[in-house]
Design a protein. Structure first.
Length: 254
């Protein structure tokens, strides 16, 4: 399995694991795709279809109905060049907002070590997870209750999961989540509130989460990058190995 496939697999695996503990969640593997629905975590990128091949094209309408019944967002995530028929079917369903998402990986020998004064804590208690939630929600500019379920004790106790909280002079300034399985470490939910950006905290907490994954036996770490984070991850040694396209409904006009 090459780096792009391993990156994709760790993302699918984390969704599959979350579905075992989050209330009313569903995760199903179908022809050429996975369907995931998280009513308690209604974030656009992780609700809907993640497609691998064009075999998924004729399943999209059925999966959208399923998502609607579960009252979760419906989007379609594709991998560059692997499912053009799925992309066309997504557009025909009205998912015309196409968002490029770089899939990036790093190896132990390529990971750089950013120098900051960040103290990185691994949190497993309810209080610690609540602090990480507060930082994550502020960093992503979303209501805390929208993402609270992934900062729960049930998720924190899953094998391979680690939730990180970055602190400077007693202030919580950054957070991230790591998940290590089958020699691959996935990095998720890296967030730094706006007032704490520009100091390298996001890079430092990402690097520590990656090093934890390597210490746990991984030899590859990966993530899906936001536009803002792409240059940060490149400086850490990550390189783009996959280009995802998220097909979403058009933004609502005001």
């Amino acid at each position: 399995m090459d780096a792009a496939d391993r990156l994709h697999q760790v993302h699918v695996s984390v969704a599959e694991q979350l579905a075992t503990v989050l209330e009313d969640a569903q995760f199903e593997r179908g022809d050429g795709h996975c369907f995931m629905a998280f009513p308690t975590f209604p974030i656009r990128d992780v609700n809907g279809v993640w497609a691998d091949t064009d075999a998924a094209a004729d399943q999209l309408a059925t999966r959208r109905t399923q998502a609607n019944e579960l009252r979760v967002p419906f989007t379609v995530m594709t991998r560059a060049g692997k499912s053009p028929a799925v992309e066309q079917a997504a557009r025909e369903l009205g998912l015309t907002n196409e968002i490029r998402i770089p899939g990036m990986t790093v190896t132990p020998q390529d990971l750089s070590d950013p120098a900051t004064d960040l103290e990185v804590l691994r949190v497993k208690t309810a209080d610690g997870l609540a602090q990480a939630l507060a930082v994550g929600a502020t960093g992503f500019r979303v209501p805390a209750d929208l993402v609270a379920s992934v900062y729960s004790l049930e998720v924190a106790q899953l094998d391979g999961f680690e939730t990180y909280l970055g602190r400077v002079d007693g202030r919580d300034v950054s957070t991230a989540i790591g998940f290590t399985i089958d020699r691959t470490c996935g990095i998720f939910s890296v967030a730094t509130p706006e007032e704490h950006r520009g100091h390298g905290y996001g890079a430092a907490i990402t690097a520590e989460a990656v090093r934890d994954g390597f210490r746990a036996g991984a030899d590859l770490a990966g993530l899906q990058s936001s536009q803002m984070g792409e240059s940060v991850y490149k400086r850490l040694g990550f390189r783009e190995v996959e280009t995802y396209t998220l097909f979403a409904p058009p933004p609502k006009s005001h």
